[in-house]
Structures are given as C-alpha cells and as structure tokens.
Design a protein. Structure first.
Length: 372
C-alpha cells in the first residue's frame, strides 16, 4: 500500500498503476498532437496550446499523486494483463489524419480516467483535469481539421455552371469545353431544379469531370453531393451550418464556404470547412451584390497566418485580366461564371484565365503550376 499523507490519496498499488498508465497515455496523446501541429502543420499557436496542455496535465497528476517514485515503483509492465490485448485497428494508420484521430482518443479518454480517479478525495485536481479534457476536445478537433484541410486540393479555376448563363447552348457542352480548356473544378449552381433533375445533372457532371481529372462541387446541397458522389459541397453564409454539413458528410466531402470578412473565414475554419470562397471581389453581371468584399479582403486573408494556407477561390466579376490581377497579389484560385458560361468559346476563355494567372505567378517568381 502507498502510505497515506495529507498530500497523497490512500490507495492500492492498483490505483497508483491506473493513474500512472492513464497519465502516460494522456501525455503520449498530447505529445503526438503537439508534434503534428508543430512539424506537419507548422502551426505555432496550436502547438503552443498543446504544450501548455501537457504542462497542465503534469501539474494535475502531481497534485493527484505527487510521489513520482511511488508511481514508478508501482509500475509493473510485465505483469500488466492489458499489454498483450490489442486489435488490428491499433496498427492501421492510413495517414497522419488517422494518427491524429488515434492520439486524440488516447488523450481524451485517459483524461477522463484521471478525472474519475480524482473525484472522491481530490476535487481540485478533478476540476483541473476536467478543464483539460474540454480543452483537449477543441485541440483534437483543431489538429484533425487542419490536417484534413492540408490535404484539400487548391483548385486554380472553378467554373460555376448555370444553365441560364449558357446563351442557349446546352450546359453540358459548356461543361465539356470548360474541362477541355483546363478547368480543374466545376461547380453545379442551379436554384430552380427539382431534386430528381438536379441529381441527374450532378451525376452526369461527375461522369465527365472525373475522367478529365477535375473535381465536381455541388452548390448548397450536401444530400445531392453525397448522392452524386461529388467531391465537395459549397455553402453560403445562410445555408446549412458547416458543423452540421460535416456531421452529415463525414470526411467524404470537402466543404467550402463563401466568406466576405475575416470573422466569417475564421468561423468557417473553426467549424470544419476545408476551403474558403473569397468575395465578392468585383461587381458582377450575374447577380446584384449589395456590397463588395473587394481585393482588400484577399490581402487580409493572405496576410493571416492561419487562413493563408487554406485553399481558396476568389469570386465575382472575374475575367482573364482580373484573374491575373488577383494572382499577382498571391491569389491561388478563382471561381468564374459568365466569363466562361457566356463566352463564345468557353475552352479558350478558360485557357486565357489560366494563362493570365500563370503569367502573374511567374512574375512573382512562383514555380509554374503542374499540368492537370
């Protein structure tokens, strides 16, 4: 038995071993998340938060069981009946996202074990561990979300397909020409279709875009994006909240969100969005814009340490000249509608936009984008 003292709970070696094991697991989980934030994400703020969590964990454990030598003396790895109990999933780490998920579970569950061990006779330690557990939920989400975004593609040119803008030509022909012209993303934006027709169009678009190496995004509708096996869904500020969209879609869909202010962009990222729509940049003939975010908003996003790496598409009123202007400021992708859909030659319009952006990138000393 561990001796009783004013600063130490009376407990059996078994309880000391449980606390020791849970503290080790929690520390390992926190360290893994911290190293992913530090070395994979280069996120100073997140890695600092996780470092502080580790130090808070150590302080709480020292309050709960301050005699570290007693903890070490009670440690019995060869006699631990759980060391050889394992599942196949423990060795299945398909990517760093899976490693982050495992580390997050290890951290949060171990903190719960420590919290329960402290509740009867060390309420202050229990409260400290509870606070750390809630912090760990947010940090776990931040690391996993950032890793998911880090794997999200940065599209160069997304064509917003709307039948009514295609000047009497079949929208399918415009889509095919946009793909021929190098568009690496097409977004189906239709408001007045019934669901059956909407889904049929979405599936057709997937069938032609995917062989061409382009992504398909469905505007507003998570359900149709999932049913059509599209690559992503794009949401406006008044559409389904990002957190709900993520709950429905899981990791299978990329989620983009239209934003016009830094607060909206940060909220979208915090909620689990993978990419940002930035705009409106310029006045558009497609639909009236009560106010413009303008190019200053693009500058603000690119200057923000957290938002700058996030994939983005600047939108509204963009043609080849304006695409080049935006690219010269560091913009990596644009979304266009009338400039392609209403063009006499949609393929040539796409090429002109991409060439203008590439020329601007070259002037900045940026390496040419790889061909699709």
């Amino acid at each position: 038995m561990t001796p009783d003292s004013p600063n130490n709970l009376p407990r059996s070696d078994g309880l000391v071993r449980m606390i020791d094991a849970a503290a080790n697991r929690a520390g390992e989980g926190a360290r893994t998340l911290e190293d992913l934030a530090r070395f994979t994400l280069d996120d100073r703020g997140l890695s600092e938060r996780l470092k502080n969590l580790r130090h808070g964990l150590r302080a709480a454990v020292d309050t709960l069981a301050p005699d570290r030598l007693a903890r070490l003396a009670a440690r019995d790895t060869p006699g631990d009946v759980g060391t050889d109990v394992a599942t196949e999933a423990e060795y299945d780490r398909s990517d760093v996202g899976a490693s982050a998920a495992a580390a997050g579970v290890r951290l949060t569950e171990s903190l719960r074990t420590l919290e329960e061990a402290a509740k009867n006779q060390q309420p202050e330690a229990a409260r400290a561990l509870e606070r750390l557990r809630y912090e760990s939920y947010d940090d776990d989400r931040s690391v996993s979300g950032s890793l998911h975004r880090a794997r999200a593609p940065q599209w160069r040119l997304c064509v917003l397909l709307t039948d009514s803008l295609c000047k009497g030509r079949p929208w399918q022909a415009v889509a095919e020409q946009a793909l021929e012209g190098g568009s690496d993303c097409v977004l189906l934006r239709e408001k007045g279709l019934d669901d059956a027709e909407h889904l049929q169009r979405a599936r057709w678009l997937v069938s032609v875009a995917r062989p061409a190496g382009a992504a398909v995004v469905i505007n507003d509708r998570v359900d149709l994006a999932l049913a059509a096996e599209a690559d992503a869904v794009h949401l406006g500020q008044h559409d389904l909240p990002v957190a709900e969209a993520r709950r429905l879609a899981g990791p299978s869909l990329r989620i983009g969100v239209s934003t016009a202010r830094l607060a909206e962009a940060r909220a979208a990222i915090d909620a689990g969005a993978d990419s940002l729509g930035l705009g409106p940049m310029f006045a558009s003939t497609t639909k009236a814009k009560p106010s413009l975010a303008g190019i200053e908003y693009l500058r603000q996003v690119l200057a923000d340490e957290r938002l700058a790496p996030t994939p983005h598409l600047a939108s509204s009123g963009i043609d080849a000249a304006r695409a080049g202007e935006l690219a010269s400021m560091g913009c990596r992708g644009v979304a266009v509608s009338s400039a392609v859909c209403a063009a006499e030659d949609p393929a040539s319009a796409c090429r002109a936009i991409l060439e203008a952006m590439e020329a601007a990138r070259m002037s900045l000393g940026v390496k040419p984008a790889p061909p699709r």
